[in-house]
Ligand binder design. Sequence first.
Ligand code: SF4
Length: 394
Amino acid sequence: MEKTGVCRTLRRRVTALLRGGARERTEVFSPLGENRSLPYFATTSDCAAERRSKGEDGGFFSAWRKPESAVLCDDSLALKIIVYMEISDLGQALGGITMSNCDICPRQCGANRDIERGYCGADSSIRIARAAKHMWEEPIICGKGGSGTIFFSGCSLGCEFCQNALLSHENYGTKVTVDRLYEIMFELESQGAVNINLVTADHYIPYIIPALKSAKDDGLKIPLLLNTSSYLKIPTLKMLDGIIDIYLADLKFTSRDAAMKYCSAPDYPKIARTAIEHMVKTSNNPIIENGIMKKGVIVRVLVLPGNIIDAKASIKYLYTKYGDDIYISIMGQYVPMPGCSHHELQHELSAKMYKSVVRYASGLGIKNGFIQDLNSADRCYIPEFNCQGVKKSC
Ligand code: SF4
């Protein structure tokens, strides 16, 4: 096992448990790093080597894949701890969320992610399509150094007009371990990125928390940003409380009909509004230092051709509820994608339509907002997905 942050965090916790007489306790390592009153058994036998000889890694992450008998090990301490955990106990440890019958997002498709992919296209492995600095987000997100974007594969919402369809619909990406994800964050920081921008990581949230927590514990200085569709259940979102600094959230629709038509998700407006409310509540007022956001919420409204009234309704809702406690980003960068079946989405957004939405927003009095140059509605602004930065460079 590589001695990365996940292992260091584990080592600290193993040491603390042993000092406290772990054998007599009923504490357990959960993948979320919480100590719960669940049965456990500790041994110094060489169980990890045995599992490795069968091709199973002995890492922290295996707690997810093998919840019934997970091995947590630390070679430098010559210590092996086995955690026996029933699937139901794992669900309890995760706040009622189970991964063998996945219900972490509002689709609640029930996939057993240990052996199959869900509606979102994801199984129990983390897949990434690109990890690189990106200059085309809002100015307070990019700064001069660029945003450290990590694009995840798959998507639980699956909009037919998705601008990153290769990822969201076709699941393009490469498997990475939790340890590699941890390393990627530090690599982006060392390249000068001003934040770590987790793009469409919603369906991986429980899987990536060990990497996020370890990176913070081990001194990652730049903020962690969740770039999300907002199609999130509150228990899943709550897992990120105290971990995520910035939410870059979408409010894609206010109309149930539009959400049904383009995403087969009529519940989207209600769910997204509730999720955004939680994000605002846990982030407080935005903090901007030297022109770069350190904490806060930006909500994006992508203006879709033929959906001007809905875009205005979303903006009005956001400004009426939150005023300038959040930033509202009015996006005009829509590019028609080949998979769009609805006629109105097969055309670009006209300058007239976009200006009408911007005029409306400005008439409301929005101060904390962003608008776009319509030249950004070009395919050349869609990042190239080629797994850049995903594999460790030699
Ligand atoms: S995250 Fe994916 S697997 Fe889990 S419920 Fe949602 S769509 Fe299904």
